[in-house]
Structure formats: structure tokens, C-alpha cells
Design a protein around this ligand. Structure first.
Ligand code: NAD
Length: 287
């Protein structure tokens, strides 16, 4: 078994991104990311910390705009985003999800200008990603991180059976499309799938993004499969684990991502990658 070491690959990406950011600064441009947080979801606070830290590492200015859940509604938040869309000093806008229930997420995502949509969640950026790899641009960070880990390990996906478990708009669906566009034969499983293991057992590449510890056991995995575990779950004793039973699944897998240290760090590194890309998109004369 080989580890798909997201932490290590992310560090390699940071080295390159640091020099990209330094080059932009030499040209008088300070890359800037604004993160909007509404409420105080505990996981969001910890995700924001790691995004702030990565920004510091790369040399991206990171501003956190914090709002109490009761001082914000959908219309007010759209106004805040519109202001940032028009602010030339801001290159990336990230609205930390989930938002409090009284705020309508689809309208908020829609409000972000596509060229500043560093999460890659707007219909415009998702649509480009859908068309082909040639048009993939500001792509969603977790799926992009998965593709980068596979590429780093020189895992050719063409002609492979890829099974994705989970169909969220931020992980499952976009990673299915990205693998499809790279020539894999893709099966998308979800909560309504009948006989999950009949599908997972066929997978040469198995991507699991559900959020249920222990969902995937070794008997559900083909010998030699590449296993990407996106899930993040906290056990009763406070340990972070994925959706796969790592100890037993790793014995069958040819490659596997650890949790923590796999998809998480790659997601943040891909966010930084998107911020630098966004700067170039907004300053076409640089490229
Ligand atoms: P989500 O809750 O939006 O979607 C979960 C999906 O799992 C749904 O499509 C649902 O149909 C499917 N599902 C639920 N029960 C199932 C079952 N028994 N069998 C098969 N499918 C089932 O979740 P999400 O936002 O895609 O996140 C999934 C997990 O990945 C979570 O643990 C989340 O914390 C984690 N995550 C990690 C990163 C990272 O950077 N590492 C990024 C995003 C999400």
C-alpha cells in the first residue's frame, strides 16, 4: 500500500504558489482572498483557520468578514458580496458553508462573480468544468485536489472503473465529472443506491465522500484499488477519521489517502491555487 500523501503534495504546491505570489507582488499586485463567515459553526471556524494559515504561507492577504447569524439575511449578504465583486483589490471571495438555515445558499453562491469564485461553486465555473478538461478553470477545490493527488502518483484514470460514493455538489458530482472527462468509466452512488458494495467492489478507483465513519469496509474494496477517502468524522474520543476503515482497507488498496493528511490539505492548497489563478484572470495583461 502506498499513501496518497496530500500533506506532502500540498507543500510542493505551496513552494510554487509562493513564487507565483512573490512575482505578482513584484508587479504591484497583492493577491487577496476574502472569506465570509456567518454564524459560528465549529467546523467552519477550524476550516477558516487552515485557510488563513495557508494564505500566510503563500503570501496571499486573507481578510475574514465575520457576521453573527442574526445580523445577516440573504439580501444583506448578497449586498456584501456585490461590494466585494466590485472591489478591485479583492481577487477571491469565499463564502464559508454551511450558512445558517435562514440564508438561501443557492442565491448566495450565484451572487459571487465567476472570476472571483475561488471555491468553483458558481454555475458558470461548474458548467465550464462540465464541458471538458480544456475548459476547467476555477474548479471546485476538493475534487481538484483529488485529481492532483492521482496525477502526482501517476495513476492513469483512462479506461478505469471509478466509483464515487456521495453526490454532493461540492465533492461527489464534480469529481465524477472530472474523472469522466479524463476517460474513466464512472458510477455515482448515493444514499438511495441499492447494494452499495456491488458497485464499490468493481472500483479500480474508489472515491468516498459521505461523512459516515466505517461506511467502507475491506470486503467492499477490490484488491489493488486506489482509495480516496474524503470523509471527515470525529470519533467519540475526538479522533478524526474518514469514511473508510483505514486499517483493513489500506491492506487491500494499492494507494490510499490518510485522514487527516489526504484530501483536507489538498483542498486548501487548491484554494490557494485558485486565488492565484483568479488574480491572473482579473489581470489578463499579466499572462
Ligand atoms: P453531503 O452531506 O453534502 O453529501 C453526502 C452524500 O453522501 C450525499 O450525496 C448522500 O446521498 C450520500 N450518502 C449518505 N449516506 C450514504 C450511504 N449510506 N451510502 C451511500 N451514500 C450515502 O456531504 P459532502 O459535503 O459531500 O461531504 C462528504 C464528507 O466529506 C463529509 O464528511 C465532509 O466533512 C467531507 N469533506 C471533506 C473535505 C476535505 O477537504 N477533506 C471537503 C468537503 C467535504
Amino acid at each position: 500500500m502506498n499513501l496518497l500523501d496530500g500533506k506532502f503534495i500540498a507543500q510542493e504546491m505551496y513552494t510554487k504558489l509562493q513564487s507565483d505570489a512573490a512575482e505578482l507582488k513584484n508587479k504591484g499586485i497583492q493577491p487577496k482572498l476574502v472569506i465570509i463567515l456567518v454564524g459560528d459553526h465549529p467546523a467552519s471556524l477550524s476550516y477558516i483557520k487552515s485557510k488563513e494559515k495557508a494564505s500566510q504561507t503563500v503570501g496571499v492577504e486573507c481578510e475574514i468578514m465575520k457576521f453573527g447569524a442574526d445580523e445577516m439575511d440573504t439580501a444583506k449578504l448578497i449586498e456584501v458580496i456585490r461590494g466585494l465583486n466590485e472591489d478591485d483589490s479583492v481577487h477571491g471571495i469565499l463564502v464559508q458553508l454551511p450558512l445558517p438555515k435562514h440564508i438561501y445558499e443557492p442565491d448566495i453562491i450565484k451572487a459571487v462573480a465567476p472570476q472571483k469564485d475561488v471555491d468553483g461553486f458558481t454555475a458558470y465555473n461548474l458548467g465550464k468544468m462540465f464541458l471538458s478538461t480544456r475548459f476547467e478553470d476555477l474548479a471546485p477545490c476538493t475534487p481538484l485536489g483529488i485529481i492532483k493527488m492521482l496525477e502526482h502518483a501517476k495513476i492513469d484514470v483512462e479506461g478505469k472503473e471509478a466509483v464515487i460514493v456521495g453526490r454532493s455538489n461540492i465533492v461527489g458530482k464534480p469529481v465524477a465529472i472530472m474523472l469522466l472527462n479524463r476517460g474513466a468509466t464512472v458510477t455515482a452512488c448515493h444514499s438511495k443506491t441499492v447494494d452499495l458494495s456491488a458497485h464499490t467492489k468493481r472500483a479500480d478507483i474508489l472515491v468516498v465522500a459521505v461523512g459516515k465513519a466505517g461506511l467502507i469496509t475491506a470486503d467492499m474494496v477490490k484488491e489493488g484499488a486506489v482509495v480516496v477517502d474524503v470523509g471527515i468524522n470525529r470519533t467519540e474520543d475526538g479522533k478524526l477519521v474518514g469514511d473508510c476503515d483505514f486499517v483493513t482497507v489500506s491492506k487491500k488498496a494499492s494507494f490510499i489517502t490518510p485522514v487527516p493528511g489526504g484530501c483536507g490539505p489538498m483542498t486548501v492548497a487548491c484554494l490557494m491555487n485558485n486565488v492565484i489563478k483568479a488574480v491572473h484572470k482579473q489581470n489578463p495583461s499579466l499572462s
